[in-house]
Ligand binder design. Structure first.
Ligand code: ACO
Length: 403
């Protein structure tokens, strides 16, 4: 066993590790990844089993509390999450203050940050009851805020949640229902979305989760920490890739240049041209989530009777890239984001909502990591070192006028 105390002493030695490629910043018992073998496990359970047998809330419980819930525990948890879906009426007005064409990820992070203004007691990071309540509030309210961000972009009236519906069905209704008529949930869409949320639920120390932990290490409250995580997820190299993939597929279709030509441009490293949805810092043989998402894409589009050229382009791109030395030698494979956009589009979500869906999925992971960090007596404020490359000490110029 490693004696952690010997590893947390300042030794005077500094390691330069740009992008934290080799440096572990914490121990964690939540998620296991073996990037060479394409293995992903939540609390020891294989991701394919979790996606097949579990619900999103059960997965959330598993990640946060470490074990599968009993039937009674799950029922009580589900009830509690349903009960807290309402957003304070004043907070609903925050949406009026933001431009209608604001990106929903910015709207989401702003509103989540604002949640801490309503729940002042959440500053008590040593109060287990308050942390428990914040956990429930986040799980209940994030989907509602997300749906309002969507409705706002359309200029539609916001609906109040219907707590008789399940977590996913409530979310679908808030996005696609209107005041004018009852909303009927399509079970194909509901099941597929549940599965996609599960596949996104945690991924150990990715950029957004590390952000949540870093902010949390200052004893900032969980709402502020998760708002920071949402901002980290927004970038196209992380969660924003799902939106970028769809834009890329659409551009290939509209330009008519063909997949082979596009891949050539990627290989020539034309500025700003990457094969979005490909490559991963950790997975070097395949991303197990990507395989499950690809299966879903075929099933969902077929069940919904949707024919989308973009799915064909995506498949062609994957086939061309996987046979090409550039991608083979760099161990670049489709990641979780490569096929999700095509499914979200078939469900009726606009591309700007794709990363918001990722955020809802990732929420249990962020919460689980924040709580693990907060409970761990070994936690210290996260404070990386640097190697200074600036000027040596200089004399202030004599005779220089006062600034
Ligand atoms: N298209 C083309 N080339 C790529 C791609 C890509 N998608 N990804 C990596 N490469 C190349 C790099 O140019 C580099 O080549 P070089 O050695 O000739 O310079 C090599 O592969 C290594 O790439 P890095 O950028 O150093 O790898 P890193 O681990 O830092 O980045 C990342 C990983 C950010 C995911 C990267 O692969 C990427 O930008 N992918 C596209 C964006 C994307 O899909 N992000 C989602 C990631 S999954 C998630 O967050 C849920």
């Amino acid at each position: 066993a490693i004696d952690i105390s010997t590893l947390t002493k300042q030794t005077g030695l500094t390691t330069l590790d740009v992008g934290f490629v080799n440096t572990a910043a914490t121990r964690s018992a939540i998620t296991y990844i073996d990037g060479d073998k394409g293995i992903l496990r939540y609390r020891g359970y294989n991701i394919a089993d979790v996606a097949e047998h579990s619900s999103f809330l059960e997965t959330a419980w598993l990640l946060i509390y470490g074990e599968l819930p009993t039937a009674e525990e799950l029922e009580a948890f589900d009830k509690r999450v349903r009960r807290h879906t309402l957003i304070h009426e004043d907070l609903r007005r925050i949406f009026d203050a933001l431009p209608h064409d604001a990106h929903p990820m910015s709207v989401l992070s702003s509103a989540v940050s604002a949640l801490s203004t309503y729940y002042e007691k959440s500053r008590g990071v040593n109060d287990p009851d308050e942390i428990e309540l914040s956990t429930i509030r986040l799980l209940s309210k994030l989907p509602v805020i997300a749906a309002y961000a969507h409705k706002k972009s359309l200029g539609h009236a916001f609906l109040y949640p219907d707590n008789s519906l399940s977590f996913v069905d409530n979310f679908l209704r808030l996005n696609f229902g209107t005041m004018a008529e009852p909303y009927v949930v399509n079970p194909v869409v509901s099941k597929a979305l549940e599965r996609l949320l599960i596949l996104h639920a945690d991924h150990e120390q990715n950029a957004s989760t590390s952000t949540v932990r870093l902010v949390g290490s200052t004893e900032s409250n969980i709402f502020s920490s998760i708002s920071a995580g949402i901002n980290a997820l927004y970038g196209p190299l992380h969660g924003g890739a799902n939106e970028a993939v769809l834009e890329m597929l659409q551009e290939i279709k509209d330009s008519g240049e063909g997949v082979e030509k596009f891949v050539e441009r990627v290989k020539n490293k034309e500025p700003g041209v990457r094969l979005m949805g490909f490559g991963h810092r950790v997975y070097k043989s395949f991303d197990p989530r990507a395989q499950l998402v690809k299966e879903s894409a075929d099933e969902v589009l077929e069940a919904l009777g949707v024919q989308d050229d973009l799915l064909d382009i995506a498949k062609e791109l994957e086939a061309v890239a996987l046979a090409d030395e550039y991608f083979i030698s760099r161990k670049l494979y489709p990641n979780v984001d490569f096929y999700t956009g095509v499914i979200y589009k078939a469900m009726g979500f606009p591309p700007r909502m794709f990363t918001v869906l990722f955020a809802i999925g990732r929420l249990p992971g962020w919460i689980a990591h924040w709580r693990e960090m907060n409970d761990d007596p070994a936690t210290r404020i996260g404070r990386p070192q640097q190697l200074y490359t600036g000027s040596p000490a200089r004399e202030w110029p004599e005779g220089r006028p006062e600034g």
